[in-house]
Design a protein around this ligand. Sequence first.
Ligand code: PLP
Length: 393
Amino acid sequence: MAQHQRRIYLDHAATTPVDARVIEAMQPYWSEQFGNTSSIHSIGREALQGLEEARQTVAAVLHCQPNEIIFTGCGTESDNLALRGVAWAARQSKRGNHLITTPIEHHAVGETLEQLRELHGFDVTLVEVDEYGLVDPDAIGRAIRSDTVLISVMYANNEVGTLQPVREIGQIARARGIAFHTDAVQCGGSMTLDVNQLHVDLLALSAHKFYGPKGVGVLYARHGVDLVSTLTGGGHERGRRPGTVNVAEIVGLALALKLSQERREIESARVAALRDRLVAGVLEQVPDVRLTGHPTRRLSNSASFAIHGVEGETLLMALDLEGICVSTGSACTTGEAEPSFVLTAMGLPRDWAVGSLRMTLGHLTQPEDITTVLDVLPRVIDRLRKNDLGLSD
Ligand code: PLP
């Protein structure tokens, strides 16, 4: 990559840069209003005020009560607290032992449920997804048993962008009296988060996906949903997430969420138009490539592909050398290409599922970036297919 060349960042699903207004809003809480929210004196009370205002801001976006908002250390922690918290509460009250999910959840959900199965003896049913990564709400309904206590289905998939029928699943769960959790970590900036419209009981968010800081998340937990805290300690967050509260980042999360939601329709339309140009260009210019995920029911910023005859990580590195940052669901951890588990669950054969490419657009994306990518990507893929990594080009 030439020194003067601007890098193109097409990995907004991995993380986003922090909005300057968010940095500014957090500033006082590092040094002036540095108090511990549990302290009774004025410096503590100032910090508590910042925390409670942030909670109200988030609650307004989610259309819920402020005391249904739990601040956590990240999206992963929110998912962990929701799943383990509900499962343990059900165990405590002997209400049931059965959990339902899909095979394409983020590891924050998949691995937590796997641990609940392996170490705690819960039964976990994985309801299959179709070729687009969509789960059928009726199939979820059919998987429900008399001892089912929790359903967890993500709002949008992080690799292929497919939006799940969360509302329909929520209605089924509600009618059967089962807690419904959705991992909405990819949706903070682009989708409605109205928990009543969505019929969800538990919803996880993470600030760094919507131009907020890393290391802070939210779990919404509806009144009446029993949660056993997975951390034990003091009484912070009404005992559901003990630990001295990270006020500065929570203030940042709340403002980032408010700003993202205020501009979500305009920004979604802007990036969707660029994304559509990118998808059409890739499908037209690259032979043996498939769009992965649903063609229309998908996040506005998500373009994902399976590319035959190319390994995802090799492609990622070759594009990085050209100044283009993307990601892949295929790993190369053992020296051999590992197919993407999401694409595999969607029925793609191994020779396609090792070639996962994800490009996610966002605030940084400009029309000229798409032009550059459509110029570079077909060339790079062609070169890799000819078995030349292109390192000397
Ligand atoms: N869930 C989904 C769908 C994600 O995409 C991610 C992060 O990529 C997470 C959970 C984990 O969030 P965090 O990085 O805040 O732990």
